[in-house]
Design a protein around this ligand. Structure first.
Ligand code: MD3
Ligand code: FE
Length: 184
């Protein structure tokens, strides 16, 4: 884990965490950044992937080798051989931050899975269904959890319940989540 943590610090110096605004004008409670060829962004114009960081005008930091290897091995273990993510969205949760139920559908090819990695304090993952109104299961996510979301589950609604205050030796009072995507 220190390897991932050190690589993350490198990314954050080049592309700091920032709060984006939803198309509806709401400030997201979870600051984010990206690494890889493409980065997920949100503003009044909508959600989209782009090759440059709107904060700096430069390309997003390259995806660290340790990130890419973890994503590839996790996908392969779940039956998705040859996974080559071109985007890694990095979310940072402080107590009270949350992610409302949504689908990830800005990517081009839904046959490609999303791989998520959780670091730091725990959170409750909301595991919904195919429709927004479907009842969501509550699944705790802990430091070091890696999950692969593909196949028939790729477009399920999901979110994160408001995070409770806690402390973790690596991350302090925060939860970091990486989601690897094949976006382009
Ligand atoms: C299930 N992130 O960034 S990771 C997101 O913990 C996002 O930061 C959450 O949802 C987080 O879009 C959840 C788990 C996850 C990610 C993508 C999925 C679950 C998924 C895509 C489809 C189904
Ligand atoms: Fe998502």
């Amino acid at each position: 884990m220190p390897l991932l943590w050190e690589a993350l610090q490198q990314v954050l110096t080049q592309a700091p965490l920032r709060h984006m605004v939803t198309p509806g004008g709401q400030r997201m409670s979870v600051p984010l950044t990206n690494c890889g060829a493409l980065g997920w962004t949100s503003d009044r114009g909508g959600y989209r992937y782009r090759g440059d960081d709107p904060l700096s005008g430069r390309a997003w930091p390259a995806m660290p080798a340790a990130f890419a290897q973890l994503a590839r091995e996790a996908a392969a273990a779940a039956g998705f051989a040859g996974y080559a993510p071109d985007a890694c969205l990095i979310n940072c949760y402080r107590p009270g931050a949350r992610l409302t139920l949504h689908q990830d559908r800005n990517e081009r090819d839904f046959s490609q899975p999303i791989v998520s990695v959780s670091l730091g304090i725990a959170a409750t993952f909301l595991w919904g269904g195919a429709e927004r109104g479907d009842r969501a299961a509550r699944v705790p996510l802990f430091h070091g959890d890696v999950a692969v979301w593909g196949g028939v589950d790729r477009l399920r609604f999901h979110g994160i319940a408001p995070v409770r205050e806690a402390h973790h030796p690596l991350t302090g009072g925060t939860r970091i989540n990486f989601t690897f995507r094949r976006a382009g």
